[in-house]
Design a protein around this ligand. Structure first.
Ligand SMILES: O=C(O)[C@H](O)COP(=O)(O)O
Length: 438
């Protein structure tokens, strides 16, 4: 991979000091400016090659289009929903995150909210501070023997499950990618959401915010839950529909909510925050010394590695033109009388696929390991169906790359734990399928 020149980086939020130190040790000039308004950021960003953010900086298309020199947006944390990744990709700006640095902290806060909900700890504390000694009002219920539904069984969902099992909770869950055998190995029985809702005493969500997860808990799904179900959202505001949650709290259908995240942060509408059965935090999931140290250090090292032509760890977007000089190429392959066009490059010695027959991958695909290429019409049900078919053959999904544009027949690339014995199991689900081991 040819060098990417990063001489100046703007850090626009409170990021661990190790981030700045590592960048400066590697000859990069760093400016820290927090709480900038959109116009200030648009004016400021022109001067920088790199931008490091957390979740508060809204890196919109306007900001990206004003960023004449920007080559990288580093997210010291997991969620990149505050970054317009498509606009960055179109402009050749790489977006990177640090996907694992705050897993434990987010899981621990989720567990803290679950425990606080069961015993009214914050409400009792407030009452004590007001000079009261009210032992009747704060009657709780044990977590022992209760059912916890975990929607989203990625890194954080898994850590929540294993911790809450220590309290004797039964953990059930749903995830379209993690195969049921894998979650079963850490004690989570998977089932459809339809089966999950009515069984849960508590529900916690650990998905990204995307069209298929907006309002996952809404009037209709709350109605399918047990009366008095308690819910926790330490993932993203909007996965639980806020108005539906308020209605469910008022009717008693929902017995309590622990919220670390909101659609608008800070929330102007305080109805949920002020509800007596809601306990809340100002997006503190990753706010621990340990998580911040990991994320700050990881993002700085990833940027330095990129400058030094090493791997693109944590890249969530890469445009073929991002580096200008990187070796890139196009190939045309003919199979079964059809022609397939692919373009890519080589980064850190690893071949990278950027585009396959018109599908530009949102995440650059490292051409290593066992890979499955699927062409299918864009459908949110595709991934769960493919995951199910693979699981029935004992094959796990290890990575998934979707195209930027989701219209018509598009290509997906799936990293597999092993190659499939027989591709025919996928044929009813897709238009074209091929696999290779590299
Ligand atoms: O996506 C994340 O990493 C968490 O929500 C934490 O966000 P923060 O870095 O803004 O605290």
């Amino acid at each position: 991979m040819a060098p990417i020149c990063i001489k100046t980086v703007l850090i626009s939020e409170s990021v661990d000091p190790r981030c700045r130190a590592i960048l400066e040790e590697n000859g990069i000039r760093v400016t820290e400016k927090q709480n900038m308004k959109k116009e200030e950021l648009i004016a400021e960003i022109k001067d920088y090659d790199g931008l490091v953010v957390r979740s508060a900086t809204k890196v919109t298309a306007d900001v990206i289009n004003a960023a004449d020199n920007l080559k990288i947006i580093g997210r010291a944390g997991t969620g990149v929903d505050n970054v317009d990744v498509d606009a960055a990709t179109k402009k050749g700006i790489i977006v990177m995150n640090t996907p694992s640095g705050n897993t434990i902290s987010a899981a621990e806060l989720t567990c803290a909210l679950l425990m606080s909900l069961s015993r009214n700890v914050p409400q009792a504390t407030m009452s004590m501070k007001q000079g009261n000694w009210d032992r009747k009002k704060f009657m709780g219920a044990e977590l022992y023997g209760k059912v916890l539904g975990i929607v989203g069984l990625g890194r954080i969902g898994k850590e929540v499950a294993t911790r809450m099992q220590a309290f004797g909770m039964r953990t059930i869950g749903y995830d379209p990618i993690t195969p049921p055998e894998v979650s079963a190995s850490w004690g989570v029985e998977q089932m459809s959401l339809e089966k999950l809702w009515p069984q849960c005493d508590y529900i916690t969500v650990h998905t990204p915010l995307m069209p298929s997860t907006v309002g996952l808990l809404n009037d209709e799904t709350f109605a399918k839950c047990k009366t008095g179900v308690k819910v926790v959202n330490c993932a993203r505001g909007g996965i639980i529909d806020e108005e539906a949650l308020l209605r469910a709290l008022e009717s008693g259908q929902c017995g309590g909510a622990g919220l670390d995240v909101f659609i608008e942060e800070p929330p102007k509408n305080r109805s949920l925050v002020n509800h007596p059965n809601v306990i809340s935090c100002p997006h503190l999931g990753a706010s621990t010394k340990e998580a911040q140290a990991r994320c700050g250090e990881d993002i700085a090292l990833q940027i330095v590695d990129m400058v030094n032509c090493k791997n693109l760890v944590g890249a969530v977007s890469l445009n073929p033109d991002a580096t200008g000089k990187q070796p890139s190429g196009n190939v045309e392959a003919v199979a079964d009388g059809r022609s397939y066009k692919a373009s890519g490059s080589v980064q850190g010695g690893v071949p990278i696929l950027l585009e396959l027959s018109g599908s530009v991958f949102r995440q650059p695909v490292s051409l290593t390991g066992n890979l499955l290429f699927l062409q299918a019409s864009a459908d949110p049900q595709l991934l769960p169906s493919v995951a199910g078919a693979l699981a029935s053959e004992g094959v796990r999904i290890e990575s998934f790359s979707a195209p930027v544009d989701h219209t018509g027949d598009v290509w997906y690339c799936v990293g597999l734990s092993s190659l499939l014995q027989d591709l025919n199991v996928l044929k009813p689900l897709v238009k074209n399928v091929a696999q290779l081991s590299i």
